[in-house]
Design a protein around this ligand. Structure first.
Ligand SMILES: [Zn+2]
Length: 483
């Protein structure tokens, strides 16, 4: 094992973090880390459960004098996102992460660090390992496959947990106490491909240079979505002429705002000049509208030469253009409980032309269950009216903001006492496992916190050392004061 973090030994959390980083633990590959946690518990004679999903629960009795305090769950997930730079030789199945320290930050050379959510595991193990700490009875819960659909939390049998309070350690900004999250689902419309012959000049229509971003956390920024822009450009052509659509593709992930899109179209020869004009004019409008929030949008319309072959039938193309142009997108409702926060949204993440069908994929989110299903209904209605097939999956529940929360009140008070300023109390427009726990353990009083991290899920991921120390002290203090 490496020993890069040895100089941080005043905080045992870094010792455990380094141990965790030495064990490969990408999503789908968590057994070794799960077993490590079980062995940790057994060595210390702590009660431990491991289930078939490799979730781990470790229990530690209250410290002397705190037996009467209510038990608290500390929770995080074992799996990490595996991303590496293209030029890095690294095998996430068997290599330990190559840690490095740069100023106040820890990173892994060329790869994700898995501070999300390894630091939660490290903080929890360090607390379990310190018999000098004052704390109520602890139930430490490590879940699995959070990053790929929260499968561990879905599979978890909560019968082994009795605490009514939970501190989730899967947040990435110190000073922010998260107290609610959106639920969501993924959905897809599929339209059968039907071809006809068409003659003219083939053009490649490309949209690129968009900022993109996370379809939950960044949806309120009003950035452009390349798939939606494509709908607008194709409609600009369709409004003035009959043209052939060969294919349309865009975006890479349902939960990422699409950064690029392309379409192959066939324009009748005598309409080419007009088509160029229409695209240029629409492109000018788009660039003007997004000049502040998405200023590097690039739209090109390039002739490829004469074409006389199959294109989508007009009827099929019409459905695709209609859907791209008219389907709702972006923020749908804002929260009335917590002003300024997004309540409902959707993102048309992927458009893809295959051999037999053209598919569109959305990520739908809302912190109000009925609004999530309302958006889903709207997409389903549009799709089916147009003769497409609509499916949805991966539904996960929201964690609704609780007007009253003893844990939240305590966490806010202690934060102010320790750091001399008020924390931000907020909900997030993205999924957290807390949504599943809220459903499985009704009435569970929860907060989510964590140390400062940057660029999670990318090889640029950074974890702040000083923030980790403060967060560790903060968690310990909440536990000590939880009487
Ligand atoms: Zn996470």
């Amino acid at each position: 094992m490496s020993n890069v973090l040895k100089d941080l030994k005043d905080y045992k959390v870094f010792h455990y973090f380094e141990e965790i980083c030495a064990i490969p633990h990408g999503s789908g590959n968590v057994k070794a880390l799960s077993d490590y946690c079980v062995a940790f518990a057994k060595e210390r004679k702590l009660e431990v459960f491991q289930d078939e999903a490799f979730n781990v629960i470790i229990k530690k009795p209250a410290s002397a004098g705190m037996e009467a305090s209510p038990a608290v769950i500390l929770q995080g997930h074992l799996d990490m996102v595996c991303e590496k730079n293209a030029d890095v030789d690294f095998d996430f199945e068997k290599d330990g992460l190559r840690l490095a320290i740069d100023g106040d930050e820890i990173h892994a050379q060329g790869t994700t660090l898995g501070g999300d959510d390894g630091i939660a595991v490290a903080i929890s193990l360090a607390i379990l390992d310190d018999d000098r700490l004052a704390h109520p009875a602890l139930e430490v819960l490590f879940t699995t496959e959070e990053e790929t659909g929260m499968d561990g939390a879905q599979a978890l049998d909560c019968a082994n947990l009795s605490a009514k309070y939970m501190i989730n350690l899967d947040s990435e900004e110190e000073g922010v106490i998260t107290v609610g999250c959106a639920g969501g689902l993924k959905s897809q419309a599929a339209f059968p491909v039907d071809n006809m012959a068409f003659e003219g000049i083939e053009y490649e229509l490309c949209i690129s240079g968009l900022l993109g971003g996370h379809s939950g956390a960044e949806i309120h920024l009003g950035r452009a979505n390349a798939n939606k822009l494509m709908g607008r450009l194709l409609f600009a052509l369709r409004k003035e002429m009959a043209f052939g659509l060969i294919e349309v593709n865009g975006g890479a992930k349902d939960n990422a705002i699409a950064r690029d899109a392309s379409a192959s179209v066939v324009i009748p020869e005598d309409m080419c000049a007009l088509a160029q004009q229409l695209i240029e004019s629409a492109a000018d409008d788009i660039k003007n509208e997004y000049r502040v929030v998405d200023k590097d949008i690039c739209i090109s319309f390039t002739p490829k030469g004469p074409y006389n072959d199959g294109v989508l039938t007009f009827a099929t193309a019409e459905k695709i253009i209609y859907m791209l142009f008219n389907s709702p997108y972006g923020v749908q409702t804002m929260s009335a409980d917590l002003p300024g926060l997004v309540e409902s949204s959707l993102n048309l993440g992927i458009v893809s032309t295959g051999m037999d069908e053209i598919t569109m994929t959305w990520a739908v989110r809302s912190s109000v269950k009925s609004l999530k299903w309302l958006i889903n209904d709207r997409l389903e209605y549009m799709t089916e009216l147009l003769g497409g097939e609509y499916t949805w999956h991966g539904d996960y529940p929201e964690w609704a903001y609780a007007p009253k929360s003893r844990l939240r009140t305590l966490a806010v008070d202690i934060y102010e006492q320790m750091f001399g300023k008020k924390p931000v109390v907020s909900t997030i427009h993205a999924g957290l496992e807390c949504g599943l726990f809220a459903e499985k353990m009704p009435g569970e009083d929860m907060i989510s916190i964590g140390p400062d991290m940057k660029d999670i899920h990318t090889p640029g991921e950074r974890l702040s050392i000083s923030s980790t120390k403060r967060t560790y002290d903060y968690v310990c203090r909440i536990l000590a004061d939880f009487r």
